[in-house]
Ligand binder design. Structure first.
Ligand code: NAD
Length: 436
């Protein structure tokens, strides 16, 4: 099938790569001229494991091309995937002007009937608005709109796209649904669950899923405060809870809060939508409040350990919002860094992939190229992102390098007794602190 993918970010690029991998002919478009230039030269615009190989294979097979011009990309194409951003506006609503602009451009550029697939995360009801936009910009056009929300996770985007937990497709148009079935047939034949529903159910299911994941994280973070007060261990509590299949193990790790481009904005957007629909959903506001409080608690631990922050050197280990990505959008590690800097600390950060993005966001942050340089002379270290690289730190060397050997663990990555044995004061999250 000939397809177009509009918007080549963390969702669009894996989508384009996987669709080419499934044998389709994919024209991939982005308005970002620099990004397209890089991709055309075989240079990757961001770090995502396995994605570079997948994209290269598609390009070498002649099934994946890149363009800055939507009119070139959609000529002769039967299906177009909208993968543009839906960032939060100031009031917490999803800003849908980018998706509206992309739909308008699409309508004005297309030269035949088109199935428009909404992959971006949007509030229920957006597909009808997209259909209206398409028709307004191309009154003689033949369009069908499909919602196909994306569930991939940054850091495992390729695995998640080749073997998704489910493919969710919503539409009120039987022919468009048949097209989607054909397009995804190789994945469904390989055993991926296929769910077909109406437009609004598909759109709403995505927000409902992300809000529920955020709820689990906030539940674990609230438990961490209770465990700290009770002298219990939140990691053990979460493990015991997770052994119950009705609860599940995922998203129960306590820490300094969730961040990234999806959960914070999607919880807010869903809360906004529910209010708009006449249902007050305070639980969603509580998720965000507990998340802020998890960050406050992490900050307080550092402050408590160091007394005055002015002039103290704090090493932040991990700057991306999660491991295996260089994405720092709404990263808790950067939020914590900003707060420490505001309080007078000198903050030095290290991340295996996200250093450049972090520096671009927080100019006062000193970014270094390896973890031990970050620790050298530090009065305190904070583990903010649980990259695997940190699991194998030489803890004795860490103690020797640091001015005060204090490790605040915002992700509960370490074994308390091992850190203590190395002579380091260890302050985890929701677990008792230990001193050498
Ligand atoms: P992103 O910001 O990384 O990428 C969006 C891309 O769209 C950018 O490269 C931008 O230049 C491009 N773009 C904007 N307007 C365009 C236009 N008119 N034509 C062509 N390109 C245009 O965003 P993302 O992280 O890929 O997220 C995209 C959507 O997917 C969002 O709605 C997000 O909520 C959702 N989502 C994201 C993830 C994730 O992990 N990042 C997971 C699931 C769903």
């Amino acid at each position: 099938m000939r397809l177009a993918v509009i918007g080549l970010g963390h969702v669009g690029l894996p989508t384009a790569g996987v669709l080419a991998h499934l044998g389709h002919e994919v024209s991939a478009v982005d308005v970002d001229e620099e990004k397209i230039e890089l991709l055309q030269r075989g240079i990757f615009p961001f770090f995502e494991p396995e994605l570079e190989d997948l994209v290269r294979q598609g390009v070498e097979a002649g099934r994946l091309t890149f363009s800055q011009w939507i009119e070139d990309a959609v000529s002769g194409v039967g299906v177009a995937f909208l993968c543009v951003g839906t960032p939060p506006n100031g009031a917490g609503q999803a800003n849908l002007s980018i998706i509206e602009a992309a739909a308008a451009q699409l309508a004005e550029s297309v030269d035949g009937p088109l199935v428009v697939v909404e992959k971006s995360t949007v509030p229920a009801g957006t597909a009808e608005r997209i259909a209206q936009t398409l028709q307004r910009h191309r009154p003689d056009g033949v369009f069908a709109v499909v919602s196909n929300p994306e569930f991939l996770r940054e850091g495992s985007a390729v695995k998640d796209s080749i073997r998704p937990s489910r493919i969710l497709v919503g539409s009120d148009d039987p022919e468009a649904l048949a097209t989607m079935r054909e397009l995804y047939a190789p994945l469904v034949e390989a055993g991926v669950p296929w769910i077909e529903t109406d437009l609004r159910t598909a759109e709403l299911a995505k927000h409902a899923s992300n809000a529920f994941l955020a709820l689990k994280v906030s539940y674990a973070n609230a438990l961490a405060r209770i465990c700290e007060a009770a002298g219990a261990d939140v990691s053990a509590v979460a493990q015991i809870m997770g052994a119950d299949s009705r609860i599940g193990r995922g998203h129960l790790s306590a820490g300094i809060g969730f961040g990234g481009y999806c959960l914070p904005k999607d919880v807010q957007a869903f809360e906004h939508l529910s209010r708009q629909l006449g249902y007050d959903f305070p639980l969603l506001r509580e998720i965000a409040r507990i998340n802020d409080e998890a960050m406050d608690a992490g900050f307080r631990k550092i402050q408590e350990a160091l007394w005055n922050l002015t002039g103290k050197r704090v090493a932040v280990l991990g700057l991306a919002f999660k491991p295996n990505t260089d994405d720092t959008r709404f990263s808790p590690a950067l939020e914590l860094s900003r707060r420490l800097i505001e309080a007078g600390a000198d903050v030095v950060g290290y991340d295996p992939e996200a250093g450049t993005n972090a520096k671009a966001e927080v100019s006062q942050l000193e970014v270094v190229g390896d973890v031990y340089s970050a620790l050298e002379g530090a009065h305190c270290a904070v583990l903010a992102t649980d990259w695997d690289e940190f699991r194998t730190l030489d803890l004795v060397r860490v103690r020797e390098l640091m001015r005060f050997p204090i490790l605040v663990d915002g992700r509960n990555l370490f074994d308390s007794q091992e850190v203590r044995a190395a002579g380091i004061t260890y302050i985890p999250t929701g677990r008792p602190p230990v001193r050498p």
